[in-house]
Design a protein around this ligand. Structure first.
Ligand SMILES: Nc1ncnc2c1ncn2[C@@H]1O[C@H](COP(=O)(O)OP(=O)(O)OP(=O)(O)O)[C@@H](O)[C@H]1O
Ligand SMILES: [Mg+2]
Length: 242
């Protein structure tokens, strides 16, 4: 379970988060929607500890991220996968080397074990044919799928997905959404997903939270949110899937 309690965060001269509270129950996907620049990526970065709240707390499986020892923080991070916005691949490594990186850093697995695991997860995201390519030579959608493979390679219990379908065509988007659902249902992964896409929210979201003014304006299931009285909520999830 991931819990954010009353998180406040100032960056530069702006208070980006102003009392953000949300809970992601174990084995569920919580989808965060909200305007560009509102603080969605900043929220995810609090969960892996890139940012610390000025006030409030982030608790993962009962462990407060602010008081965790460095050793426990490392252990916790091993159990988390992160799909960065736009994939964030290292340009000087091939797709396969990028995907292998978390295993090289965090485990003592042998080269051949790592190679096998990398090919399996690349197959899962439909990228096995591009294993030897460098990021500069692949499309935005392929980068994102490689980023997804890297997020899943350590078989994490938690995955944070920052705009998993940005720049993908509708067919590829559907594949990624289905993959996120599969990862939840088959592996029991708990997910925190940032997206602007209704199709994504409708397919993967157990709970949708719309963030505005640094906090959750409203949260609920898709059906609940469609009955919302807030105009902003309508703008994000009113109507059918896009
Ligand atoms: N490291 C940082 N230092 C200073 N300001 C930052 C930093 N990271 C983010 N910000 C600011 O925080 C605000 C929220 O950024 P964030 O990236 O969370 O937006 P977002 O909701 O993810 O937007 P988008 O939908 O465009 O990805 C922005 O104004 C951004 O400029
Ligand atoms: Mg963002």
């Amino acid at each position: 379970m991931i819990e954010l309690h009353d998180v406040h965060k100032q960056l530069g001269d702006r208070e980006i988060l102003r009392g953000l509270t949300l809970t992601v129950p174990k084995g569920k996907n919580y989808v965060i929607m909200g305007r560009s620049g509102i603080g969605k990526s900043v929220t995810l970065k609090h969960v892996i500890g890139i940012f610390q709240p000025d006030r409030g707390k982030v608790v993962v499986d009962g462990v407060d991220m602010a008081t965790v020892t460095p050793v426990d923080l490392r252990e916790l991070r091993k159990r988390m996968g992160y799909l960065f916005q736009n994939g964030a691949l290292l340009n000087w490594l091939t797709v396969a080397e990028n995907v292998a990186l978390p295993l090289r850093e965090h485990t003592k697995m042998s080269r051949s074990e790592i190679g096998d695991r990398v090919m399996k997860v690349l197959e899962l995201v439909g990228m096995d044919h591009a294993a030897g390519n460098y990021p500069a030579r692949i499309s935005g959608g392929m980068k994102l799928r490689a980023g997804m493979a890297r997020a899943l390679i350590t078989e994490p219990e938690y995955v944070l997905y920052d705009e998993p379908n940005a720049g993908l065509d509708p067919i590829m988007s559907d594949q990624i959404h289905n993959l996120i659902v599969e990862v939840r249902d088959r592996l029991g992964v708990t997910g925190l997903v940032v997206t602007h896409s209704r199709a994504c929210a409708f397919t993967v979201g157990d709970i949708i939270g719309v963030v505005d003014d640094g906090k959750i304006l409203e949260e609920g299931t898709v059906a609940e949110m469609q009955k919302s009285e807030h105009e902003l909520v309508h703008q994000f999830i009113g109507g059918g899937a896009d």
